[in-house]
Design a protein around this ligand. Structure first.
Ligand SMILES: Nc1ncnc2c1ncn2[C@@H]1O[C@H](COP(=O)(O)OP(=O)(O)OP(=O)(O)O)[C@@H](O)[C@H]1O
Ligand SMILES: [Mg+2]
Length: 258
């Protein structure tokens, strides 16, 4: 397992993320377990693993064990009561967020965009703000788009099992989804992604959920609720939400342009 070497800085935001260099020579954004934000790390973990399987552009991530002695020596970390594992996501350097790029001329990985939108609907991610995408200028008049920050999938960073039964089944208000929709070439992209999500093995979802570290305090009832919710949402409501998105957001944009 990679080990932390140098603390760089804390990053702005609710999750109290920290930028730390590890002994593989790379910088990672590390989130610690925080009281009041009990589901942040489990949400990040489940979203990361599923996004990877779906081949979405999410920075490489892993569970890490930061030694207590390392944290004790850093003022920003020393007050934290540590769990054994933290969530570390590879820092994408020299990029911009969606606010910093006022005009996006093109997206080089536009084949991923319908997948990201459907993923957000499946996971009920209401936090796909412009700050939660990273745009890297690839110097050919286009940007590569990465997705970050899945602390608020399942609609909250501190959900409990019964909340998952009552997740919203409405269109999400997201200017970022609107921007992404401009670059999606054909409606067919949405249907292909729907198929990917609907055929993802349930055993994989169960395995990912089982791997949530025990001291992140996700009860067995809550673990079951995650699996059930994902299975129900993909089977019963994702197609309807997708069709609503296509009709209300995607088609109006493309009719205007054509
Ligand atoms: N992998 C990454 N690569 C580059 N920058 C990142 C990465 N992850 C996070 N950041 C930066 O750190 C900030 C905080 O990270 P993140 O959005 O995951 O946490 P947050 O505290 O939950 O944010 P929010 O307040 O939006 O909920 C991001 O807005 C972004 O600027
Ligand atoms: Mg964020």
């Amino acid at each position: 397992m990679i080990q932390p070497v140098t603390y760089k800085k804390s990053l702005a935001g609710k999750s109290n993320a920290h930028l730390i260099t590890f002994d593989d020579g790379r910088d990672y954004v590390v989130k610690y377990f925080q009281p009041g934000f009990e589901k942040t790390l489990a949400n990040e973990w489940v979203a990361y693993c599923l996004a990877r399987y779906l081949d979405l552009p999410i920075p490489f991530a892993q569970l890490v064990e930061i030694p207590k002695e390392f944290s004790a020596g850093i003022p920003e970390l020393s007050q934290i009561t540590q769990t054994q594992f933290q969530f570390a996501s590879l820092y994408v350097p020299d990029c911009f967020d969606g606010h910093q790029v006022t005009e996006v001329p093109a997206i080089s990985n536009r084949e991923n965009l319908a997948g990201i939108i459907l993923f957000d609907y499946w996971m009920c991610n209401r936090d796909r703000t412009r700050k939660n995408i990273v745009l890297c200028d690839n110097a050919q008049g286009s940007y590569h788009l990465w997705i970050i920050d899945h602390a608020e999938v399942f609609d909250s960073y501190n959900w409990v099992a019964e909340d998952l039964e009552a997740l919203p089944v409405t269109l999400l208000k997201s200017a970022t989804h609107q921007i992404m929709a401009c670059f999606i070439e054909k409606e067919q992209d949405f249907y292909e992604q729907l198929e990917m999500i609907q055929t993802l093995p349930i055993h994989l979802i169960e395995e990912i959920v089982a791997l949530i570290p025990n001291d992140w305090n996700v009860t067995s009832e809550e673990r079951k609720a995650i699996v059930t919710t994902l299975v129900i949402r993909r089977k019963k409501i994702l197609k309807k939400l997708m069709e609503r998105f296509i009709k209300r957001v995607y088609q109006p944009i493309h009719l205007k342009v054509e």
